[in-house]
Design a protein around this ligand. Structure first.
Ligand SMILES: [Zn+2]
Length: 302
């Protein structure tokens, strides 16, 4: 069986450099289309040299201008630059297979796929990322993943960071895959006493409707072979494995910031219940002894 018949086919259609407000390294935002849904899934890439196979592969009638505009260039763009494949200022040049047009791996210009790469597979969460919700820790986890990819080592935890290399795959599957409207209804059920799993079940949705197969295809397209996966979710460890193309070589824990420093991070009754449910019902590998609020029992609801 070929790979494409098992995994969704993805294609990176554009990539752009994003200078960030954090003072960390520039990131490269990759936008993907795929043959499974019509959503614009993303990869937030730390490291200019991590390259998408589908974006960089030469296309029919491709011009250097076309390639620079879609983001298939080496080094850095500057006013007046004429070649995507050559950065004169940094003395970098991409090589391509003359028959297939595929980018050829070259240690000077392209991240070695054998390197272990810090990876986070993140699902969109409008509320946690945009309206300061303290019902979940999605926004905090996104920030923390980026922070760890930028640094070489975190002194408090001794976690080895990405030192400027890493990939956050950002999947558009809001509300554990049930969509924002259903998620808002689930929040009302939570205010009525359900936990996050019970609320989904009451709405006749699975506890977790997410599908990470597109994420796997995106990582393979980015030529990430050995992933150090940032997660507490045992399901995700399995889903970042697709040997021999993609191997999860290590799990790096996502520790809530409030557990590292009680003056920082999210503090709310809701986040305590959310983390408790993740541990007790979803098998998440969070192990710190918790001083969480007592979970309210709502067994009468289901
Ligand atoms: Zn969230």
């Amino acid at each position: 069986m070929t790979i494409s018949s098992e995994l969704p086919i993805v294609e990176c259609v554009a990539r752009a450099r994003i200078p960030t407000t954090t003072g960390g390294p520039d990131i490269f935002l990759h936008l993907y289309k795929n043959n499974k849904d019509d959503k614009e899934h993303l990869a937030v890439v730390f490291g200019e040299d991590i390259r998408s196979k589908s974006l960089f592969k030469t296309r029919k009638n491709d011009t250097q201008q076309d390639r620079m505009i879609r983001g298939a260039y080496v080094g850095k763009l500057y006013p007046g630059r004429e070649s995507a494949d050559v950065d004169d200022k940094q003395k970098l040049q991409l090589q391509f297979d003359s028959e297939t047009g595929a980018l050829v791996y070259d240690a000077n210009t392209t991240w070695n796929p054998e390197n272990n790469t810090l990876v986070r597979i993140h699902s969109e969460c409008y509320t946690g990322e945009n309206v300061w919700s303290a019902r979940c820790d999605c926004g905090e986890q996104f920030d923390r993943a980026g922070h760890l990819m930028a640094i070489d080592r975190e002194p408090e935890t001794n976690i080895i960071g990405g030192n400027g290399h890493g990939v956050i795959v950002y999947l558009r599957q809001e509300g554990r895959g049930i969509g924002l409207a259903e998620k808002l209804k689930a929040y009302n059920l939570q205010d009525l006493g359900a936990d996050t799993v019970q609320a989904n079940l009451l709405l006749k949705h699975p506890a977790d409707a997410r599908d990470f197969s597109i994420g796997k295809s995106i990582l393979i397209d980015l030529n990430i072979k050995n992933a150090r996966l940032l997660t507490n979710n045992p399901d995700k460890i399995e889903q970042a494995n697709y040997p021999p193309l993609l191997n999860c070589v290590e799990r790096v824990p996502m520790i809530p910031i409030n557990w590292l420093n009680s003056n920082n991070g999210i503090k709310s009754k809701e986040i305590d219940g959310y983390l408790r449910t993740k541990m007790e019902k979803m098998g998440h590998l969070l192990s710190k002894p918790l001083n969480l609020h007592t979970a309210e029992t709502v067994n009468t609801l289901i």
